[in-house]
Design a protein around this ligand. Structure first.
Ligand code: SF4
Length: 255
């Protein structure tokens, strides 16, 4: 199969996802391989977790316990497990890695430079994420096009070259009003911080409430000027050509 054919197959999958409702999209994702949702307990992830629990879909739910989360976020884990009768797997950073970071940068050294911030996210998020996705073939996320300009072209399905796996974004085309309506209609438990001006919630020292007119993710790492700031979970670092070759390999493997 050529690179072009692999890209065409992913494009075809993307078209299929576009025609389905949320439960249908998640069901289709589960047929593509061992699927894992990594939840931050944000409103989008709560919508997806509710669908997984309600429809008893064969999708693992995992979360990254960075050690710097809001109490409200941590409390929501148990509440969600109870409500949907499912287990959410917790992945923690290694204490040795945290100690090494603190020795080099200081515990809150992430305010000092983008490099130091990325190093903290690497220790507290990226390394645990690699464990959470170990053995998975499909990574399900709550990414939406409306969250920020950086996410405006989010597809329903893409190839994550960093991790050599498919990435499915079943809420890519949902706007925030649709999300809120769905949450209200289905009485889905959400983080109380959303109602206090936090549409996007990460670690406590790196998240603030947004101001009127700001983008949904403006409260994340607000002291940095880069409009495309992310924690590295959803940023590809490989060149496009390598990305395409790996996509070919995984589609061939699946065929
Ligand atoms: S969001 Fe902040 S505290 Fe959390 S891992 Fe990244 S830099 Fe560290």
């Amino acid at each position: 199969m050529t690179v072009h054919a692999a890209s065409a197959e992913i494009a075809s999958l993307d078209t299929q996802f576009a025609q389905l409702d949320l439960a249908g999209r998640l069901s289709l994702a589960a047929t593509l391989g061992h699927a894992v949702l990594t939840t931050s307990l944000g409103i989008e992830d709560q919508v997806i977790t509710a669908a997984i629990g309600t429809h008893r879909l064969p999708i693992e739910v995992s979360t990254l316990q960075t050690g710097r989360l809001f109490k409200e976020t941590v409390d929501l884990i148990a509440e969600t497990e109870e409500r949907y009768q499912l287990s959410i797997r917790r992945f923690h950073p290694e204490q040795d890695d945290i100690d090494a970071y603190a020795a080099k940068h200081g515990l809150n050294g992430f305010y000092e430079s983008i490099e130091a911030r990325h190093a903290c996210c690497h220790v507290r998020k990226l390394i645990p994420l690699a464990k959470a996705l170990g053995g998975a073939e499909v990574w399900i996320t709550g990414l939406r096009r409306g969250q920020s300009g950086n996410r405006a072209t989010t597809p329903f399905v893409e190839f994550d070259a960093e991790r050599s796996m498919l990435k499915v974004n079943p809420l890519a085309d949902w706007d925030i009003d649709t999300i809120k309506l769905h949450v209200a209609r289905n009485a889905i438990p959400v983080n109380p911080l959303h109602a206090r001006g936090y549409p996007s919630i990460g670690c406590e020292p790196c998240t603030r409430a947004i101001k009127p007119g700001e983008s949904e993710r403006a409260g994340r790492w607000w002291w940095e000027n880069d409009e495309k700031r992310e924690c590295g979970l959803h940023v590809a670092e490989q060149p496009a050509s390598e990305n395409a070759q790996n996509a070919t390999a995984i589609v061939n493997h699946r065929a």
